[in-house]
Design a protein around this ligand. Sequence first.
Ligand SMILES: Nc1ncnc2c1ncn2[C@@H]1O[C@H](COP(=O)(O)OP(=O)(O)OP(=O)(O)O)[C@@H](O)[C@H]1O
Ligand SMILES: [Mg+2]
Length: 251
Amino acid sequence: MDAVIVADRVSKRYEIHHNRAHALKSRVMGLFYERYRSRVEDFWALRDVSLTVGRGEAVGLVGRNGSGKSTLLKLIAGIHRPTSGQILIRRGAKVGTMIELGVGFNTELTGAENVFLNASVYGLSRRDVEAIYDRVVDYSEIGQFIDEPIKNYSSGMVMRLAFAVAAHLDPEVLLLDEIFAVGDEAFQDKCRATMQQFIAEGKTLLFVSHSAKSVQQICSRVCVLSHGQKLFDGPTDEGLDFYHALTEATP
Ligand SMILES: Nc1ncnc2c1ncn2[C@@H]1O[C@H](COP(=O)(O)OP(=O)(O)OP(=O)(O)O)[C@@H](O)[C@H]1O
Ligand SMILES: [Mg+2]
């Protein structure tokens, strides 16, 4: 396999704060009583996850809320660092990401300004962005709202714009997290068609979704995460069956 993404025994630890005391009363009481003191606990969002994605593969990442899907995508995108283990991305591979709604966007700026801002985060020059700008705006179907600050957008509109930018950067690798969460049906169809075109062009896709139908349509392989661990990695149908059985077994 011609590997594009390699995650090698990756773990991620977050700190969870209990009774984080803001009120003066709690802070004073904390001087006298243990139970008023804030405690910090380690939480492992990912444990020893290894994953290799080859060029041209479309891999679905499924798992219940909190299972570590977005965390893994953020590590691969370089937004966070793993606590241990290693992430390797093929040298020079251009990675497009749409991970969390609004990441890489500034709500005070207009849609148009955000296209430039967001694309520059990926290293595009002003001229590069100008070259794709009209296509991005057309694709997003934002219309006249493109000159409004995006704080006045609906969440579906922000998502359209973010996906439009990610799709026009000509990425070799596309990391997508829950892109169907807020888009309407027509836009979802358009996103699916774009992803299928990407796959036909030999691009690499890592796709997080709670929609089994979308995963089935787009991915040839599925990884199932549960409590930060990878429990399954294989063909899509088998993976979705595994995931459904797992969900039924642990309500
Ligand atoms: N910055 C953070 N600090 C502390 N805990 C975090 C942080 N980010 C994520 N977590 C925790 O890590 C776990 C995994 O979160 P993650 O966002 O990866 O889940 P997910 O699989 O994407 O879930 P969902 O389906 O709800 O999007 C969750 O329990 C979450 O609370
Ligand atoms: Mg998530």
